[in-house]
Design a binder for this molecule. Structure first.
Ligand code: IPD
Ligand code: CA
Ligand code: CA
Ligand code: CA
Length: 263
């Protein structure tokens, strides 16, 4: 994409996300309609759906040829998503936090061009922090440029994880955590990516859907983090899958322990 078109895309997405955030903040004072999806820990509210519709309409109008994947939309990743522009929308990331805490949730959009990361935006709605950027732009927290990831070893960093994987000790996760500076669980992939790109945590280990990682992957990779499956392969962005987001040294250590490759 040409530089000027990318600036325009960046300005438009920032505007639309701030508009949906203003709506979300207004709705927070009203009673929410909460529905259960696959189980009691998988919720959707009227605000998730309203944000999905609002963002999808804005994107479709401005980019009629683009493909759209949204958690509360069709939800399927098209087989040909790597052709042209694809927008991945998570209209509220951290719906459980939204319902229980009325804080610690994000609105996110990730944009890919011919399958390559182009632009990502994560808005921590209640903290009023906007994380945005891409390979051609750099990464910003509001207007402040963020620095590249520091390639620290596992023992010098905090690790964010998926609760289920931690309690079941899947793939020796508890060994990994014991070798780190400690564990943090934020309940929102977007808020976790925000801590990563600010340099406050070293790694994130979880099972995430394409809309959970689309925006964060763009920002993290731009700053030098790697985003890999548990077996070290690239992520597919086609389905929910296990993945690690970390700088080079730590991701190597984590994959080694997970796959029991220690001598
Ligand atoms: C969830 C959150 C959570 C992560 C789950 C996601 P949602 O997204 O990001 O932190 O552990 O895997 O599904 O459903 O609240 O948008
Ligand atoms: Ca959800
Ligand atoms: Ca969501
Ligand atoms: Ca999500």
């Amino acid at each position: 994409m040409e530089q000027e078109a990318l600036y325009q895309l960046s300005r438009s997405l920032q505007k639309w996300i701030l508009e949906s955030a203003a709506y979300t903040r207004a709705q927070i004072k009203q009673p929410l309609t909460v529905n259960i999806k696959s189980g009691p820990n998988d919720l959707v509210t009227n605000v998730d759906c309203a944000n999905q519709t609002f963002l999808a309409e804005k994107i479709k109008t401005a980019y009629p040829n683009a493909q759209l994947v949204g958690e509360e939309g069709a939800g399927e990743v098209p087989d040909d998503w790597q052709q042209g522009l694809t927008f991945f929308i998570d209209p509220i990331d951290g719906t459980m936090n939204f319902v229980k805490q009325r804080a610690n949730f994000a609105i996110m959009v990730g944009v890919y061009e011919d399958g390559q990361p182009l632009f990502g935006i994560i808005y921590d709605v209640m903290a009023d922090q906007l994380f945005w950027g891409g390979t051609q732009l750099g990464v910003f927290e509001n207007e402040t440029a963020l620095k590249d990831a520091i390639d620290n070893p596992l023992q010098e960093g905090l690790i964010c994880v998926n609760t289920q994987m931690m309690v079941t000790n899947e793939l020796h996760l508890q060994d990994i955590l014991r070798q780190s500076s400690g564990v943090r669980i934020y309940g929102s992939a977007g808020i976790t990516f925000a801590h990563l790109v600010k340099g406050q945590v070293l790694a994130y280990i979880s099972k995430l859907a394409p809309w959970d990682i689309a925006a964060g992957r763009v920002l993290a990779e731009t700053l030098g983090f790697q985003v890999l499956q548990f077996n070290g392969q690239p992520v597919s962005m086609m389905q929910k899958e296990g993945m690690i987001i970390a700088p080079k040294q730590a991701i190597h250590e984590i994959i080694t322990i997970m796959n029991d490759l220690n001598p």
